[in-house]
Design a protein around this ligand. Sequence first.
Ligand code: SRM
Ligand code: SF4
Length: 553
Amino acid sequence: MLTKEERIKKKSRGLRGTIIDSLKDQLYGKLHDEDQIIVKFHGLYQQDDRDIREVRSKKKLDKSYSFMIRLRIPGGLINCKQWLSIHNISENNSTGVIKITTRQTIQLHGIIKSKIKPTIKYFHLNKLDSIATCGDINRNVICSTYVKKSIRKIIFEYANNISRMLLPKTRSYYEIWLDEDKIFEKKEERDPLYRDSYLPRKFKIALSVPPNNDVDVFANDLGLIAILDKEKNKINGFNITVGGGLSTTHGNDKTYSRLGTVIGFYNLKKHHILKIIYEVLTIQRDYGNRTNRKLARLKYTIDNYGISWFKKKLEDRIGFSLEKEKPFSFTKRGDDFGWIKDDEGLWRYTFFIENGLISDKKIKIKSTLLEIAKNSACNFLFTCNQNLMIIDINNENKKIIESILLKYGIHDYMNSISSIRKNSMACVALNTCPLALAEGQRYLPKLIDKIEIILNKYQLQKENIIIRMTGCPNGCSRPYLSEIGLVGLSYGRYNLYLGSNKEGTRLNKIYKKNMDESSILNELDHLFNFFKKEKLVGESFGDFSFRKKLTVL
Ligand code: SRM
Ligand code: SF4
C-alpha cells in the first residue's frame, strides 16, 4: 500500500493542499495535518518548542507551534545585501539565531504562522527563496568551497543550473506566499520530472573538487567529482557516484548507511551533464519504494535492483555509455580558518561557527558579520562544515574587515579554539527537532570542554580529530563519517562510533552502545591513552581505530 505521504502529495494540486485556508485559521498556530507535509516542499517545517511541551500539556495548553524556514542557496553563496536581509528577518521574525546547516545553507527557527508570508516576501525581494529545501524532491545542491576562483565560477554555475533544472514546475509557492495570480484553476500544470507524486523520498546532490572533500560527496544520492586538467585550470569532466545516504533507524536492520558508488566518468566535451543528472532522478522516481519510506532512498533502490542494472538503465535513458572512472584522490574535509589569498589575489576569511549557530551569545559573531556586510564589499559563503567564509575581498576592504575583526575580538576567539572543536559538528536536535531522542548542538560544546582536558592530558591537543554528534540515527551532521561519532539513543545516552578517515571515504562502525557522559569520557580517556602509546607517525585517530579493529563491537 502506498504511504500516507504518497497519497497526500498526489492530491495536493501541485503542492497547494489547503495551505491558504490553514494560514487564514487564526485560532491555531499550526497548519492542517496534511498541509504540514505539503508545506515542507516550500521549505518550511512546522515545529513546537519541546522544552515546554510537558508544562503546557499539564496546563492543558496546546503545543507552542512555530515554523523553521530553510533557504535554497546552491553552493552556499550569497552577497552582502542578501546577508543583511537574512540578518534583519532573523531579528524581526525568528529567534534571532541564524543556523548554518550541514548542506551549506541557513535555517531560521521560531517563525510564527502569521510571519511566514512576510518572511518569504522579504526574502523574495532579496532574490532568496526556500523552494524545495525540504520534501521528497531534490534538495539544496552543495558544492566544494576550496577551489581556484576560475574553477569556482564554473562549479557554482553547475550547482545553480542543477538546482534550477530540478525545481518543481508548480507555481504554488508564488501563489501562496507571493500572491501571484492563481493559475491552477485556469490551466493544468505539467511537471514532466516530478509529475504529481514527486520522488519517493528526499534527493541530495553534491559537487566536489578533489583534493578537499568538504561536501562529503559520498553521503549524497548523487555525487559529481570534478576531474581537472593537468594545470588544474579546467574541468575535463566528472566521475559520478550514486546511492550515498547515511540515515539508519535504531532496531531496524534493513536500514543502513551507504557510501556512493562511483559508476563512471563523463566527458564534458562530449555530453551534457544535466541530462545524466535528470535521468538519475527519473530512475529513482520510477523505481524507488513508495510503500515504505524507511527504504525509499536511492541507496535502497540501487541495492534492490543492483548497481549494474542501475548503470544500464541510466545509459539506456541518456543514450550513451559512461567512460571508465578517472583516478582522483581526496586528502581532507576540514575548513582552513583565518585569512587566505585566492589565486586571483583576493582575500577570504573563514570563521569557525560552532555548530553553525550565528548569534552574539558566546562571541559577537552576528554583530561582526552585520558590520562587515554594511561597511565592506565581499560575498558570503557557507561551508558544509557549518562554517562561514567571507570571500572576494580586495586589499582596501581587507583593512576595513580587519579592524572589525579586531574590534570584536574575533582573532583572539579563533586562536582560542581547540583542534577538536574546529573539527566538530552537531545537528540541531532539541528543542526544535521533532525526531530528536537526545541533545545535539546544545550539548556537544559542553562535552568537548571535557574531552579537551583528556586530550591535553595525553598531549594530543593538536590532533585534528573529526567529532560529530546527532540527536538521533538520521545522521544530519553526518556522524557516520567522523572519527568519533556520537548518535543519540535516548535522553543523555549515545552510541559511540569510531574509525572513519580524514577523506570521508570510509564509514565508521559502532564501538559501544548506550553510553552516558561519564562512560563516554572514561572510554575516550582509555582510547586516547592507547592512541598516544601506539599510534604510527602521522596516523590519524580514525585510521588508528580502524587498524586496531576498534570498530568491531
Ligand atoms: Fe536532516 C530530518 C535537520 C542534514 C538526514 N533534518 C531532519 C529534520 C527536518 C527533522 C524533521 O524531519 O522534522 C531536522 C530539522 C531540525 C530542526 O529543528 O531544524 C533536520 N538535517 C538537518 C540539518 C539542519 C542539520 C544541521 O544541524 O545542520 C541539516 C540541513 C541540511 C540542509 O540544509 O538541507 C540536515 N539530514 C542532513 C544530512 C546531512 C547531509 O545531507 O549531508 C542527513 C544525512 C544524509 C542523508 O540524507 O542520508 C540528514 N534529516 C535526515 C533524515 C534521514 C533521511 C533518511 O534517509 O531516512 C531525516 C528524517 C526524514 O527525512 O524522515 C532528517
Ligand atoms: Fe533531528 Fe535526528 Fe536530524 Fe538531529 S539527526 S536534526 S535529531 S533528525
